[in-house]
Design a protein around this ligand. Structure first.
Ligand code: SF4
Ligand code: SF4
Length: 88
């Protein structure tokens, strides 16, 4: 993945947890109006939420793994949008 393509919008650093949309605690607003990750070098695999009483947790992961279509993200792949439409 070519990281230079990232617009640093921070949209992929939000997630749903127990029915609530949350912003990752490691996401920070930059002076240039964009966002950045405060633990960038060690982010992958870091637990960003949980674990709860059932052991559920959310780890930081790459978009290639989450396969989530995010409007405007240059890393989107057409098949991710198709998957999203099929889920509706
Ligand atoms: S959604 Fe895409 S462009 Fe925005 S921060 Fe994530 S990877 Fe970068
Ligand atoms: S830890 Fe992961 S989800 Fe959280 S701000 Fe950093 S890149 Fe985004």
């Amino acid at each position: 993945m070519i990281e230079d393509l990232c617009k640093r919008c921070g949209k992929c650093c939000h997630y749903f947890w127990k029915g609530e949309k949350k912003r990752c605690k490691f996401l920070v607003d930059s002076a240039d109006g964009k966002t950045e990750c405060s633990i960038y070098e060690t982010r992958l695999g870091t637990i960003i939420e949980g674990p709860d009483e059932f052991g559920q947790r959310i780890e930081c992961s790459t978009k290639a793994r989450t396969k989530e279509w995010i409007p405007g993200c240059p890393y989107n792949r057409p098949e991710w949008l198709r998957n999203k439409k099929q889920q509706k």
